[in-house]
Design a protein around this ligand. Structure first.
Ligand code: BG6
Length: 510
């Protein structure tokens, strides 16, 4: 690859320290960075190159998951780094940056590439893009690319506004939008798993599938992000981006194993276009909204959302969303997709469960002990694929028992989302990045929900921390004859049961 400069805005921030430097170091020690490579960190504080390198080194010691040896490799890695002060409203700082980049490029020789990484709050994206354009920093002899991270807007209008600002300096092909869920190795393998297995492809239709459940449960609360989270809620923080991406990745049908980024992008777009629109007056029938109240996580009492530091006691923000969606296309018509995500739930778990139909089940026969076939994708923190089938129980004549076939695909040794994604961006592979069409269409689908929330048309159910969310989320499935899989009784429900109150019913698959 030609000489490449990695221009990092927000170089002293949290994301850079926790994710970007460790990822660059990982790519460096595995020989995956271009031979001629420089990183220019930018920030508002005046730092010398030396101080900046010390900061990067410190971040590696703290956040790289393996031991970082003080050796020549580390020293030569740190030599790649330099620092420039930059106030985003000062054009002269961009001009100075350009001069520094150019002088490095002249020394390196050949057509040179620039990768701009905006690790800063999204309200700065527009100004930075304009300044890159006006200072001439955007005129390159090789390629230029831009990496940004969610949130891509706060609603449909602001997302469009942001995109039009970015488009002044970058074409769509040059923009790499990170959704870190697309960097998770199981999400990437999900695609390959479907493409490479005709058996799975053959089953991937409404003829065999009864419903799909996509859940991302978290045990953490709002933590120290009150300012951001209280404006975003689960709907913007998780649903509009990560959950919609999981929905697309699960439901696309890519016909062959050589699919390009463009093929996948088109299929994802088709899925969003086929989503049955949700009118504002129907939001309350398809969306369950919740907010955590006090409870216990793993035996430790925790406070409710409105008692968290920085959250107003009368906040009406959602920390939980459950939704039912329908994809109205040839493959999925009639198959409900249920999505659930929330903070302060019983366990940390992201998974997709595909529940198959049971055409032979004798529903009238009480003695039919068979359970549905399930295909379960564990995305995090554990990874794996499990198939649930029925077998005759040799110990109980006439009864069935479920067997689980576990597949644990090998993890790519040490590969993490940011390593994969930065590597892909350097190589121009946009398969696991978010295209503008996806941002726009997902906001279009979510917009009536935001409006209905804003107008107070959807109840906000409290749920105890450590539970599975409000009971209404169970009812959403129960009305279709389904239930969430793998929900063990929460501490809250167990405590209720002990006190003689009726617990919420859950079916647990063993
Ligand atoms: C982030 C959200 O995008 O994803 C956080 O802003 C959330 O609120 C996080 O906790 C979850 O990511 P993961 O990888 O831990 O499932």
């Amino acid at each position: 690859m030609n000489p490449t400069t990695f221009v990092l805005f927000g170089a002293t921030g949290d994301l850079a320290k926790r994710k970007i430097y460790p990822a660059l170091y990982h790519l460096y020690i595995h020989g995956k960075l271009p031979k001629s490579f420089a990183v220019i960190g930018l920030g508002r504080k005046e730092l010398t190159d030396e101080t900046f390198r010390a900061h990067v080194k410190q971040s590696l010691h703290e956040f790289y998951r393996l031991d970082v040896k003080e050796d020549d490799t580390l020293r030569s890695f740190l030599d790649l780094f330099g620092f420039n002060i930059l106030h985003i409203d000062r054009l002269e700082h961009f001009v100075q940056l350009k001069e520094r980049v150019e002088s490095w490029e002249n020394g390196a020789g050949g057509a040179a590439n620039r990768l701009f990484y905006l690790s800063v709050a999204p309200n700065f994206f527009g100004t930075i893009a304009t300044q890159i354009e006006q200072s001439g920093l955007g005129s390159v002899t090789g390629w230029k690319r831009l990496i940004i991270e969610k949130p891509f807007g706060h609603d449909l209008a602001s997302a469009r506004e942001l995109n039009s600002q970015l488009s002044q300096a970058f074409t769509e092909d040059e923009i790499y939008r990170i959704d870190h869920y697309l960097g998770k190795s199981m999400v990437q393998r999900l695609e390959a798993f479907k493409q490479a297995n005709p058996v799975i492809q053959a089953l991937w239709t409404s003829r065999y599938i009864a419903n799909v459940q996509i859940t991302a449960d978290e045990t953490v609360g709002v933590e120290d992000r009150a300012g951001y989270y209280d404006q975003a809620g689960a709907i913007r923080d998780m649903f509009q981006n990560h959950m919609m991406q999981l929905l697309m990745m699960l439901s696309i049908h890519v016909p062959n194993t050589n699919a390009t980024a463009e093929d996948i992008r088109l299929k994802k777009k088709n899925v969003l276009e086929a989503l049955e629109p949700l009118a504002r007056q129907d939001v309350h029938t398809r969306i369950v909204r919740g907010q955590y109240a006090a409870g216990a996580i793993q035996g430790k009492p925790v406070q409710g959302y409105t008692s968290e530091p920085g959250i107003s006691p009368d906040s009406k923000n959602d920390t939980f969303i459950a939704a039912k969606l329908n994809i109205d296309n040839y493959y999925w018509r009639g198959v409900p997709f249920y999505i659930r995500t929330g903070k302060r739930l019983k366990s940390k778990n992201t998974r997709i469960v595909v529940e198959f139909k049971e055409p032979l089940r004798s529903s009238a026969a009480a003695e039919d002990t068979s359970v549905p076939n399930l295909l379960v994708f564990e995305i995090g923190p554990n990874e794996g694929i499990t198939l649930q089938l029925n077998t005759k129980d040799p110990n109980h004549k006439g009864e069935f028992k479920p067997v689980h076939i576990d597949m644990f695909p090998d993890r790519i040794e040490g590969q993490e989302a940011y390593e994969t994604l930065i590597d892909d961006a350097l190589n121009g592979d946009s398969t696991f990045f978010v295209h503008w069409d996806e941002v726009d269409l997902s906001w279009q689908w979510v917009q009536p929900i935001l409006e209905a929330f804003e107008a107070g048309e959807v109840p906000l159910y409290p749920y105890a921390a450590g539970s599975h969310g409000p009971e209404a989320a169970n009812a959403l499935l129960a009305q279709d004859g389904f239930h969430w899989w793998f929900d063990e009784p929460s501490e809250h429900e167990a405590a209720n049961a002990e006190e003689g109150r009726k617990p919420v019913e859950h079916v647990t698959a063993s």
